[in-house]
Design a protein around this ligand. Structure first.
Ligand code: FES
Length: 104
């Protein structure tokens, strides 16, 4: 599936991501800035915070309570479209997904 990250400077990075890969791993593998993934995808750091593009709202699955709590600890402001990208896993249904990378 194809994913595009929109960066704070207005540029974009697009990549093909294998099914089953989470969006934090995919961002790190493609040198997307500001997506760190410090805890390795264990929902313990919030450094993989992204905003889901409005066109994809509601299509990336539900947050569980733990992700919801961790989203209160993000560096950039939390928004309704905030997700921890390690919790979004590549699948056919997400082909073309657009994620917005926060400033911090
Ligand atoms: S990588 Fe740590 S919460 Fe996603």
């Amino acid at each position: 599936m194809k994913v595009t990250w929109k960066l704070p400077d207005g540029s974009e990075i697009s990549a093909d991501v294998a099914e089953g890969t989470n969006m934090m791993e995919a961002a790190v593998a493609n040198n997307v800035p500001n997506v760190i993934g410090e805890c390795g995808g264990n929902l313990a750091c919030a450094t993989c915070h992204v905003y889901v593009d409005d066109a994809w709202a509601g299509k990336t699955g539900e947050q569980d309570d733990f992700e919801d709590a961790m989203l209160d600890a993000t560096e950039a402001p939390r928004e309704d479209r905030s997700r921890l990208s390690c919790q979004i896993v590549a699948s056919d249904g997400l082909d073309g997904l657009v994620l917005i990378v926060p400033e911090a």
